[in-house]
Design a protein around this ligand. Structure first.
Ligand code: HEM
Length: 197
């Protein structure tokens, strides 16, 4: 979850208008008189789209984990004998031009509204079926709550004018090659709720 949060913040700081949109959503739903709570996250649809879009574009577990076929089967026209190691390239599925419009751009809006429902079914960040990630609901709650607190309490900036380097490294989970560095300041409207040090 913390690795995904690093990618989420990197995407938001490279797309400050999306960060502003998320901050506006939090301000209008929660306001400035109390901190966001876990139960608020389900009322922050745009924030959730930001998480989904990062899980699509910067797939945390790009090849899932290796699976084995329990019986002979045919997948996409290919015969797969029993006991074959099967890898699922979710990273490639999440960037497939046939499935996604403008796949390399960070566009949380693609998951919004009624049309977004169809798009949500096309991402597999937690795998699928019996061996899918049992931590998915927990991870989504933790990420939603943490992210909403970071956005509600602080204003964020990149350390330079230059865009954040989004190079992806090798590994079972996708590391960010250049570690994320950001600047933050307590928002003036939140000073009464967020201690400065
Ligand atoms: C953003 C956070 C997370 C992502 C993207 C993620 C993703 C995944 C993926 C892709 C798999 C393999 C699924 C497959 O091959 O079909 C997996 C398996 C698993 N995950 Fe997660 N996960 C996350 C957080 C968590 C958390 C918070 C927990 C536990 C509290 C957890 C526990 C597990 C376990 C136990 C498995 C193995 C399940 C099995 O083989 O039956 N994960 N996860």
């Amino acid at each position: 979850s913390s690795l995904t949060l690093e990618w989420i913040m990197a995407n938001l700081l490279n797309n400050p208008e999306k960060l502003e949109k998320a901050q506006n959503e939090i301000d209008s739903v929660i306001g400035h008189d109390r901190l966001v709570e876990e139960s608020d996250v389900s009322n922050l649809p745009y924030l959730q789209c930001i998480i989904l879009e990062t899980l699509r574009l910067n797939t945390t577990v790009p090849l899932l984990v290796p699976h084995a076929s329990s019986a002979d089967c045919t997948i996409g026209g290919y015969f797969v004998p029993r006991d074959t190691i099967v890898m699922v390239n979710t990273w490639a599925i999440h960037r497939d031009r046939e499935l996604w419009e403008d796949p390399l751009s960070f566009k949380p809006e693609r998951f919004e509204g009624n049309g977004g429902e169809k798009q949500r079914k096309l991402i597999l960040p937690f795998g699928l079926g019996r061996r899918a990630c049992p931590g998915a609901p927990l991870a989504q709650r933790v990420m939603g709550w943490t992210l909403s607190m970071l956005i509600q309490g602080f204003d964020w900036k990149r350390v330079s004018e230059e865009k954040i380097d989004m190079t992806e490294g090798p590994g079972t989970t996708m590391p960010k090659v250049v570690p994320l560095e950001l600047m933050c300041k307590v928002r003036p409207c939140m000073k009464k709720l967020v201690p400065e040090d």
